[in-house]
Design a protein. Structure first.
Length: 367
């Protein structure tokens, strides 16, 4: 039985009909950039996250980069983040001219607040926690550290749409939060797009300006695009916005179906593996389901023989990437250990009961 890591097909007929209708609506009115669907989507995303403002952007990478830009991250600054993440977390920091400083992680894969404290220097300006696999970092402790040292917090929420702690959504704990909505993410678009969210009106207005090549109109004149800052094009197109509005409508159903699979894994997989344990009051974003075992490589080969797709996520560590070798980062032993042990297994809304049974039985028989 084949079990794919992701299944991006549109199988639900109601969903398919709604996507076609949304697509045709945009073609009919002919506004392909920054149209009514973008405005509606921004309003609904802000409402869902529980913030005042949301800005649609061309990708999650764009969202994180612009979030850092409007926080005035720049040359000579240091920004503390995790090495156990997709490289864009560090790249967005470096693209602003700052240096990423890599803190270690806890055994739940998320950045360790104690390690953050150890990395703070007079050059530290911000902390960028990344909610690994959709499981939220200890935002209470991280924001407390930031307040104590007068630092900014910018959430890399690329993997955690829908995650929450005590009713408060991922992306709402920081001055700016950045989301990715590419086809594999919890809230999936049908192309590459992202969002920046904030309660800060000045930052909101600046992100909107920066996404449109750093330009804005000048009231009382015929000037519609006067350049205020050097920037590039990070606009979201209207077709992607229209399709994401449909995904947002169906998101509760997708989230519920994915969590059913994860709940079965939590209760039925052998206790010889480790997984991210969700505490009371927490909701996991479930970008992927990650396990950890000393026998990772052998298990991966075993599951491959069973035609079950797996992957190792975020290898190498960002701190080991060639482009950051010059930084002489401090050791991150827990991140190294978890990368060596971790394996992502299929966990998505389109998995059948038979596929879930097959994955569980295949893993348990290995041990």
């Amino acid at each position: 039985m084949h079990v794919p890591m992701f299944d991006l097909r549109v199988l639900d007929q109601s969903l398919k009909n709604d996507l076609v209708e949304a697509f045709e609506k945009v073609l009919s009115h002919g506004i392909l950039f920054m149209g009514p669907e973008v405005e509606e989507l921004e309003s609904k995303i802000a409402e869902y996250i529980g913030v005042k403002y949301a800005v649609g952007l061309s990708s999650g990478s764009s969202a994180l980069y612009l979030a850092l830009k409007v926080c005035d991250i720049g040359p000579s600054d240091e920004v503390i983040t995790t090495p156990l993440t997709w490289i864009i977390t560090a790249n967005a920091i470096a693209a602003c001219g700052a240096n990423p400083v890599f803190a270690d992680v806890r055994d739940d894969f998320n950045i360790d607040p104690d390690s953050i404290r150890e990395r703070i220097t007079p050059k530290t300006k911000a902390i960028v926690p990344m909610h690994y696999a959709g499981y939220m970092c200890d935002m209470e402790e991280i924001t407390s550290i930031a307040k104590e040292h007068n630092l900014l917090v910018i959430e890399d929420a690329a993997q955690s749409f829908g995650a929450e702690i005590d009713g408060r959504k991922s992306g709402s704990f920081s001055i700016v939060g950045a989301f990715s909505m590419n086809p594999m993410k919890p809230l999936n678009g049908y192309g590459d797009l992202g969002f920046a969210v904030t309660d800060n009106k000045e930052m909101y207005e600046r992100i909107k300006m920066l996404r449109y090549s750093g330009t804005k109109s000048i009231p009382g004149t015929n000037v519609t695009a006067d350049s205020q800052e050097v920037s590039l094009n990070y606009k979201i197109d209207n077709i992607n916005a229209a399709l994401l509005l449909v995904s947002l409508k169906y998101f509760p159903l997708k989230q519920k179906a994915t969590n059913r699979v994860a709940d079965r894994y939590n209760s039925e997989l052998t206790n010889k593996i480790k997984y991210q344990n969700v505490s009371k009051g927490e909701i996991h974003g479930r970008f992927v389901y990650v396990i950890a075992t000393e026998r990772r490589n052998a298990l991966m080969q075993h599951l491959k023989s069973k035609d079950i797709e797996t992957k190792i996520m975020h290898e190498p560590l960002s701190s080991d990437a060639h482009v950051y070798k010059h930084l002489e980062s401090q050791p991150t032993p827990m991140a190294v250990e978890l990368l060596r042990k971790s394996l992502v297994i299929p966990c998505h809304d389109k998995m059948s009961k038979e596929q879930v049974d097959y994955v569980i039985n295949s893993i348990n028989e290995f041990f």
